[in-house]
Design a protein around this ligand. Structure first.
Ligand SMILES: Nc1nc2c(ncn2[C@@H]2O[C@H](COP(=O)(O)OP(=O)(O)O)[C@@H](O)[C@H]2O)c(=O)[nH]1
Ligand SMILES: [Mg+2]
Length: 307
C-alpha cells in the first residue's frame, strides 16, 4: 500500500528556479546598490568611492517560483596591498560559487583596464553571463553603445539588460532574465531570509558607509570597523565599536576639532543603525591604531576580510 500524500505542504522545502548569482564589475558600477534595491533594505554599504565593498555579501531574494541568491563581491581592481589581494580572492570565490554571473557596466565612465579584467574574469570562469548596463538614467546613448561594444568583444553572446539599480521597477527585467537562466531545485533559504550575514557585520558595514561619506581621500579606506559589544537595554540598543586605523595621525582627522567629526559620524551612524535594527541606538566608538593592517594577513583574518 502506498501512503497518501501529505496534506500539509508547509513543512516541505519549496521548489523552483534557484541558484547563486555573482555581481561582478569594477568598483562603483552599482553592484551593492542593486542588491539593496532588490532586497528593499540597506544591507550593503554603498558609496560614490571605489572599494567600498571589501568582502562577499549574500542577499536572498525570494519570489513564488524562484529564489535568487545574489553574491555581492568587491569591485574588480588590481592593487598592491594584502587587502586588495584578499579582495581578489573574494571575487574568485564568488565566481566559483556562482551559477550565473551578472557583469555590471557603468557606461558613465570610459571602459578601462578594470573593465578588461572584469570581462576576462567573466569569460574565464565559464559560467553563463548577463551584461547589465547600469545607470542608464544618467548615461547618454553614445556612452551606452561604447560600453556595450567594449564588453561585446569578450562576450558576444551574453544577453544584455539596461537597468537603473536605484529603481526597483528598472531592475525587474534583469531579475526576469536571471530567473530564466537559473537551474531548478529546492530553495535553500526560508521565504523571509534576506542574508546569512550577521547583524553585527552589517552594522559594521553601515558604520563604514558613514566613514566613506564623511572622511576624505585615503582615510576612510584605511579604517576597519569591529563591533565589540551589542546589548539591548529596555527598548534601546547599545553598540560599542572600535575603528582601527593604520596610522596615529588619522586619529585626529577622525575625531576632528573638538570632537566634531566623530560626533557627526556617530549621529549619522546611529540613524542608519536605528533604521536597520528598528530600535533606538546608542553607538560608542573607540579609535585604535592597528599599524599597517591592510598589509598584514593575520590582521585581515582577524577582521574577517581574509579566510
Ligand atoms: N545615477 C545612478 N547612480 C547609481 C545607480 N546605481 C548606483 N549608482 C551610484 O553609483 C555609486 C556606486 O554604487 P555602489 O553600489 O557602491 O557600487 P559598487 O562599488 O559597484 O558596489 C553610488 O554613488 C550609487 O548611488 C544608477 O542606477 N543610477
Ligand atoms: Mg559594492
Amino acid at each position: 500500500m502506498t501512503s497518501a500524500p501529505s496534506s500539509n505542504n508547509r513543512e516541505q522545502r519549496r521548489f523552483g528556479r534557484t541558484g547563486y548569482v555573482a555581481l561582478l564589475g569594477r568598483p562603483n558600477t552599482g553592484k551593492s546598490t542593486l542588491l539593496n534595491t532588490v532586497l528593499g533594505q540597506r544591507l550593503a554599504a554603498v558609496s560614490s568611492k571605489p572599494q567600498t565593498t571589501r568582502k562577499r555579501l549574500l542577499g536572498i531574494h525570494t519570489e513564488d517560483d524562484a529564489q535568487i541568491i545574489f553574491l555581492d563581491a568587491p569591485g574588480v581592481h588590481v592593487g598592491k596591498l594584502e587587502l586588495h589581494k584578499a579582495m581578489e580572492k573574494a571575487i574568485a570565490r564568488v565566481l566559483e560559487d556562482a551559477d550565473i554571473v551578472v557583469a555590471m557596466l557603468d557606461p558613465t565612465r570610459e571602459p578601462g583596464s578594470e573593465d578588461e579584467l572584469t570581462a576576462e574574469l567573466a569569460v574565464s570562469c565559464g559560467k553563463p553571463v548577463i551584461l547589465a548596463i547600469n545607470k542608464i538614467d544618467t548615461a547618454s546613448a553614445e556612452d551606452i553603445a561604447r560600453s556595450l561594444a567594449f564588453y561585446r568583444q569578450h562576450l558576444p553572446d551574453a544577453p544584455v539588460l539596461e537597468i537603473v539599480a536605484l529603481e526597483r521597477a528598472r531592475v525587474e527585467p534583469l531579475l526576469q532574465q536571471v530567473k530564466t537562466m537559473l537551474p531548478e531545485g529546492p530553495f535553500l533559504y526560508g521565504d523571509d531570509d534576506i542574508t546569512n550575514t550577521s547583524e553585527r557585520d552589517i552594522a559594521a558595514e553601515l558604520i563604514r558607509e558613514v566613514l566613506l561619506e564623511e572622511l576624505r581621500q585615503e582615510v576612510p579606506h584605511s579604517v576597519v570597523v569591529a563591533i565589540d559589544s551589542w546589548k539591548e537595554k529596555g527598548n534601546r540598543l547599545r553598540i560599542d565599536a572600535t575603528l582601527y586605523i593604520e596610522r596615529e595621525n588619522h586619529k585626529a582627522i577622525i575625531i576632528g576639532r573638538r570632537g566634531q567629526m566623530i560626533a557627526r559620524i556617530r549621529e549619522s551612524a546611529e540613524r542608519r543603525l536605528q533604521a536597520f535594527t528598528g530600535m533606538p541606538v546608542t553607538l560608542c566608538m573607540f579609535v585604535k591604531v592597528a599599524p599597517d593592517w591592510r598589509q598584514k594577513k593575520r590582521l585581515l583574518q582577524e577582521f574577517k576580510l581574509l579566510e
